[in-house]
Design a protein around this ligand. Structure first.
Ligand code: CUA
Length: 181
């Protein structure tokens, strides 16, 4: 009586190296085409859908960025809200917003239909910039200055919510942007 045994040297008898079934081939083809469609959507959405922002990224020392933000706040401060400076930069200005555990450097007061260069960075860990109730989401990384050309197209008060978990105070990290007519 012969006994079949398997080892790493003797491959077991199996069925998986049979030629691919025609139906399976069809599904592989469909999946591949769909992958290509989704792949094409990425650049398409960037140009057509206006979904991904085109920004300027540069390395920055967190201390330098904090200093720039402080200078910016001092120069254009128009008031205070709950201990936070309210800053109203002139049209076309470089706007600095620093995220740190667990607050935003200022309340921004911007004008509708006016272009600004918004600079975002973090002083410590990763934070998320989420403009509520508008669907704008950008990741803020320490050591990088993320510059975005923005033109607010809607007047009102907006919340900046941190959408990247950044520690025990993450849930209280809420800021504000005021857009005036
Ligand atoms: Cu900052 Cu979560």
């Amino acid at each position: 009586m012969s006994k079949e045994f398997h080892s790493a040297l003797v491959s077991p008898t199996g069925v998986w190296w049979k030629p691919v079934h025609s139906q399976e081939k069809r599904w592989i083809t469909i999946s591949f085409i769909w992958c290509m469609v989704l792949f094409a959507m990425m650049p398409l959405w960037h140009f057509k859908g206006g979904q991904n922002p085109t920004g300027v990224r540069a390395r920055v020392d967190p201390a330098d960025f904090a200093e720039r933000t402080e200078r910016f706040n001092k120069e254009f401060q128009v008031g205070t809200e709950k201990g936070m400076p309210v800053v109203a930069p002139p049209p076309g200005a470089d706007v600095y917003l620093l995220a740190r555990m667990w607050s935003w450097s200022s309340v921004l007061k911007l004008k509708k239909d006016t272009e600004y260069m918004l600079h975002l960075s973090s002083a410590d860990v990763n934070h998320g910039f989420s403009l509520f109730p508008i669907n704008v989401n950008i990741q803020i990384v320490p050591g990088y200055d993320y510059g975005l050309k923005i033109t607010p197209n809607e007047a009102g008060e907006f919340r900046i919510i941190c959408n990247e978990f950044c520690g025990v105070g993450h849930h209280i990290m809420v800021g504000k942007v005021i857009v005036e007519e």
